[in-house]
Design a protein around this ligand. Sequence first.
Ligand code: NAD
Length: 360
Amino acid sequence: MNSSDTYLVTGGCGFIGSSFILLCRKNNKADIVNLDALTYAGNPLNLAELQNDSHYHFHKGDIGDKELVASLLEQYKPDAIVNFAAESHVDRSIFGPEDFMKTNIMGTFHLLQVSLDYWERHCKNNPGKRFRFLHVSTDEVYGSLGSDDPPFQETTPYSPNSPYSASKAASDHLVRAYVHTFGFPGAITNCSNNYGPRQFPEKLIPLMILNAREGKPLPVYGDGMNVRDWIFVNDHCEAILSVLDKGTPGETYNIGGNCEKPNIEIVRAITGVMDELFPDSPHVPHSSLIHFVKDRPGHDRRYAVDCSKITRELGWKPSMTFEQGLNHTVQWYMDNPQWVGSVRSGDYLKWLEKNYEKRS
Ligand SMILES: NC(=O)c1ccc[n+]([C@@H]2O[C@H](COP(=O)([O-])OP(=O)(O)OC[C@H]3O[C@@H](n4cnc5c(N)ncnc54)[C@H](O)[C@@H]3O)[C@@H](O)[C@H]2O)c1
């Protein structure tokens, strides 16, 4: 794809979507139309630096609003749709799964339906129009691994365990079905845990960074030995670009950071960075703030991703080490207090209190 392309990005005011849009605009990769419903997780401040960019267009709305999506497709005639829009927090899916079903399943369905119609009318029989629909998904659809199991491959059977991962699995199946049934040029990426700037502070890494700075407890679920494969968000976005550019329609690509770590190790790494950055803080050593809380129900034990297919076929691999990525992330949260203030509403604080009940 070249710089005259236009991408319709959904959920572009969220954590990963905003990083993707900033990357595209920085490299003049494509004009961007961002459709975002601005839920609690969508923050227009994430893209404030694009306010005078004439190649960036924002529309507030729901991916399930067929009339709106159809009119955007007619207006902009995008070369690709990149679907980030989702309810994305596992804990919230346990307390209130309905929004997850609405957006992740029905929203994706409506988006697919309207995109199929657009593709059939404008692209299918037009050799000059190389259209792609990229559905951004998660490694959580594969379920949980035992400590000696091999990492997830694209052929690993789906076995989702939370309402969040079940809703994402359902949306992946829908994309797959549209490819198989209609020849629709959809592709799916299943990525591991992301971290980096602009992540909503309900997620592990930003929550720990901000709590450590403020001398608040650092709540760690269970025994802290749940393992995740961590990837810096820009590496994920680069992988998505390589799938858009070189990927084969109908294929699934796993994306991971080759960086498996238990949660407690992540939290200790954060406290180490905070000790170095703030040696005079009254909270040194910040590790003394760690406390273990009641485990999340159904908490998957281990995720690990085999991303050799995307490396082999498309030449992508993660470029940031965990240490580099974490230092960069901590620094970003320290440098952006205005952003942090803007996302921490009273509702958010109540949510934290409810979720991280102390272990008895
Ligand atoms: N965060 C991760 O570690 C991770 C890992 C792998 C895959 N993913 C997937 O990547 C995508 C983006 O994740 P994220 O962490 O940036 O999520 P996020 O929660 O930060 O952002 C989601 C965005 O989608 C928007 N949105 C929600 N419902 C919408 C709707 N109905 N219509 C339009 N917009 C809507 C929100 O306003 C928000 O801007 C999700 O699909 C998620 O499943 C995330």
